[in-house]
Design a binder for this molecule. Structure first.
Ligand code: FPP
Ligand code: MG
Length: 296
């Protein structure tokens, strides 16, 4: 039997879920699951028990999400900073991950687990990937844009989260999805992660619904701004090209428009070729990482 689908919502929970579902629902929710150790201390149990209960809470939360029609969830399971914790705690978390990851893979829901992750590292890596593309002659430096950087992030195949929830009363993002959450509703809740309840999740969704209009508006304004930026960049590249070709002679508007269209099409072609090459580079890296000779 499925581990996430086990257990039903109570009648009251189902009723509340239906009321919430009448409003705009987040499609993608991200969690910073914080407070496992404080929970362990509060309950006078071992630290590792706090993390184990934190994992069980994740399974329960995924079930609530499925019941609420939320089909994509991203969690911050382990940050690069967490490697600074005691050897014993890091070892315990790694064991937990090893044991539980296989179980997660068996599930049919869309869960992204950020492990040994920080957002600034991800953004810096995306910049390096674009520099590599320019170096390889796959793209031009003028092709570098916000949209292209977005394509180079690890999360490029997912839509940005609509809602980000952090538990335990900490009001920081702690280097989690900094780029992806600029137009997300961010909810900080004081509850410790292992104590998270269905009602806490409903409260966060309600906050999302109350802010939905402003969030959508901000996204729209950003999208429009990006399109204008791209057009301006294409215009200036085409102007430079035409000036170079025509030795500075004036160009008629029809000819300029045709040149602009063909430039945009060739830029798109370069970008797609670069994204394909990048994907191939990543696949080779993972193949190498998983090959038995890499371990030896
Ligand atoms: C934050 O609480 C939690 C973590 C650093 C680990 C999160 C991991 C899990 C919930 C389980 C493993 C998950 C997977 C997907 C394998 P904290 O340790 O910072 O506690 P504190 O804030 O009270 O100190
Ligand atoms: Mg913490």
């Amino acid at each position: 039997m499925s581990w996430i689908r086990e257990g039903e919502l109570s009648l009251l929970e189902r009723l509340t879920a239906n009321v919430l579902k009448a409003g705009p629902m987040p499609k993608h929710v991200a969690f910073i699951m914080d407070g496992n150790r404080r929970y362990a201390q509060k309950r006078h149990v071992e630290r590792q028990e706090g993390h184990t209960q934190g994992f069980d809470k994740l399974a329960e939360t995924l079930r609530w999400c499925l019941n609420l029609g939320i089909h994509e969830v991203t969690v911050y399971a382990f940050s690069i900073e967490n490697f600074k914790r005691s050897k014993e705690e890091v070892g315990g978390l790694m064991e937990l991950a090893k044991e539980k990851f296989l179980r997660l893979l068996d599930e049919q829901c869309f869960l992204n687990v950020c492990f040994a992750y920080t957002s600034r590292h991800e953004i810096a890596n995306a910049v390096k990937e674009m520099a590599w593309g320019v170096e390889q002659g796959l793209i031009k430096s003028s092709d570098v844009s916000e949209a292209l950087l977005n394509e180079c992030l690890y999360t490029s195949s997912s839509p940005n989260p609509d809602l980000l929830i952090r538990t335990s009363g900490e009001v920081r993002l702690s280097d989690f999805l900094l780029w992806q959450t600029s137009h997300s509703c961010i909810v900080f809740q004081s509850i410790l992660w292992p104590e998270y309840s269905f009602w806490n999740l409903c409260e966060a969704i309600l906050q999302y619904q109350q802010n939905h209009h402003a969030i959508q508006k901000a996204r729209e304004v950003h999208r429009e701004g990006q399109a204008v930026q791209q057009l301006e960049s294409d215009h200036s590249c085409v102007a430079e090209l035409l000036q170079h070709r025509g030795n500075g002679k004036p160009v008629d508007p029809q000819c300029r428009q045709t040149a602009l269209q063909s430039y945009a099409a060739s830029r798109e072609e370069r970008v797609q070729r670069f994204i394909g090459a990048l994907q191939q580079k990543r696949d080779t890296f993972f193949d190498h990482l998983l090959s038995p000779t890499a371990v030896a």
